[in-house]
Design a protein around this ligand. Structure first.
Ligand SMILES: [Zn+2]
Length: 121
């Protein structure tokens, strides 16, 4: 039979902590205007940080941080990372927008990063 973990060891396991505490342990916090980067290897297939709140309850870390620190994200809206770093969880760098607005901004940003060849400034 497996021996039960002693209570003093259980208390030290991260899973004994409330989700909010476990969450911030995986964030590299900076000043209020800096990016706060998700440093856990838990990311989605498309590169977004993921966090397990509880069994079978995984969330995107930027949405979780926004809802923890600001307010619930209105239904149907996505989060635009104004700093363009998808692993950033600083709500000051986020804006809830519609999906089409988010895609429009991303397209604009990509165009600015890679101006078409042959077009002079
Ligand atoms: Zn940021």
């Amino acid at each position: 039979m497996r021996q039960a973990l002693r209570p003093e060891i259980l208390k030290r396991l991260p899973y004994g902590l409330p989700p909010e505490e476990r969450f911030w342990m995986k964030v590299q916090l900076g000043a209020t205007d800096e990016c706060w980067l998700w440093i856990s290897p838990q990311v989605s297939f498309d590169g977004y940080g993921m966090f397990t709140i509880s069994h079978h309850n995984d969330v995107y870390v930027h949405r979780y941080a926004y809802e923890l620190l600001v307010e619930p994200i209105p239904a149907g809206l996505t989060i635009d990372h104004l700093c363009r770093k998808i692993l950033c969880v600083n709500p000051a760098h986020m804006e809830p927008v519609t999906n089409s607005e988010n895609l429009r901004r991303m397209w604009q940003w990509r165009k600015a990063q890679n101006p078409p060849i042959g077009i002079l400034p």
